[in-house]
Ligand binder design. Structure first.
Ligand code: ADP
Ligand code: MG
Length: 322
């Protein structure tokens, strides 16, 4: 790609964050970093492909935010504190206003979480962004998927369903009659807030955790299959925003959105009875809801007003009989 070094220099090398543990950042053959002795390094990679994860018409700042937020969310789900990120980006052409907007939003979110861009690769090709994030988690305190036990409460942070409603609005498959509601939900689709603080506060309390990237039913399904357990979800306890309720125009439809909406980047986690009080203290000030309980049944049962409901949900049947 012509001017590759200038591009890197101009757009990717001017982040304010300057971490003490980055011995050598961008510009050499490798970055050199110095991890703390008492922590494991949590590492995760996510790719966003134009046409699959965002539309070609999407605003570059939204794409950058979504790419980094989805990666940070994986660190959050592990209970890790963000430290470093590398970026592989391919672009069909050099579009400087696009790059300026992309990097502006990328560094804004990166600085908020004190995560430093330490290297990457820039090539010509279809628009694709691959990030590898690394963070620290004290040895023995990572939040994994496999330790949920019978009777543990099931919880989620924030509200659920807005990201799917936002996608409907972007694709124009369903719209609210109110323009401001459409705008808010569309923004929530691209501009989710990774739950880093909640994740670190859950260390030593949650028995299992995952971030909601494929939808609650599918992602809780991953905890259940890893833990070899089932769950009862009380659909009335699903946290739903006023905007989603307005958009869906029905409690039941809003709950179905909450159960299947992907790219929420909220956390779903389980907590044993003996840690419930500690949970209240640790998550004080963070919105979260108890939505159900782990069982030994091996599948997910949905309850509505105490009765089992059999909703046809995308991704639901797949996890019914694991
Ligand atoms: P190499 O030929 O050794 O792969 P490059 O020319 O690809 O080196 O990159 C030069 C430097 O710029 C490297 O330190 C690399 O990590 C960094 N870099 C390249 N692209 C990016 C990017 N998109 N974001 C951050 N750093 C980048
Ligand atoms: Mg390279």
């Amino acid at each position: 790609m012509p001017g590759e070094f200038n591009l890197i220099e101009t757009y990717f090398s001017n982040q304010q964050a300057n971490r003490d543990d980055v011995v050598l950042g961008q510009g050499d053959d490798c970055a050199l970093v110095s991890p703390p002795a008492d922590c494991y390094i949590a590492i995760s990679t996510d790719t966003l492909v134009c046409g699959t994860h965002f539309l070609a018409s999407a605003c570059p700042a939204d794409i950058a935010h979504k790419a980094l937020a989805s990666n940070l969310s994986d660190l959050a789900a592990m209970g890790a504190t963000p430290a470093w990120v590398s970026m592989g980006i391919s672009m069909p052409e050099v579009n400087e206003p696009w790059l300026a907007s992309f990097c502006g939003a990328f560094f804004e979110l990166a600085n908020q979480h004190d995560i430093q861009l330490i290297g990457g690769d820039t090539t010509k090709g279809p628009l694709t962004i691959t990030l590898t994030v690394q963070g620290f988690v004290p040895i023995g305190q990572a939040l994994t998927r496999g330790q949920a036990r019978d009777g543990d409460g099931i919880y989620v942070t924030g509200t659920l369903g807005d990201a799917k409603a936002g996608l409907d609005i972007i694709l124009k498959t369903r719209l609210s009659m109110q323009a401001d509601i459409n705008q808010t939900l569309e923004k929530r689709h691209y501009r989710s807030t990774p739950q880093i603080f909640a994740g670190t506060q859950l260390r030593g309390i949650a028995s299992a955790a995952i971030d909601i990237s494929d939808g609650l039913i599918a992602d809780l399904g991953h905890i259940l299959s890893r833990s070899q357990r089932g769950a009862i979800i009380d659909t009335e306890q699903l946290p739903i925003s006023n905007e989603l309720l307005h958009f869906a125009q029905s409690d039941i439809l809003a709950r179905q959105y909450a159960l299947t909406s992907g790219e929420e980047y909220q956390l779903c986690f389980t907590v044993p009875q003996q840690h419930q009080q500690k949970l209240e203290q640790q998550l004080a000030g963070i919105p979260y809801s108890r939505i159900g309980q782990i069982t030994n049944s091996g599948h997910i049962v949905l309850h509505e007003q105490g009765c089992e409901v059999d909703w046809e949900l995308a991704g639901y049947d797949h996890f019914k009989d694991h």
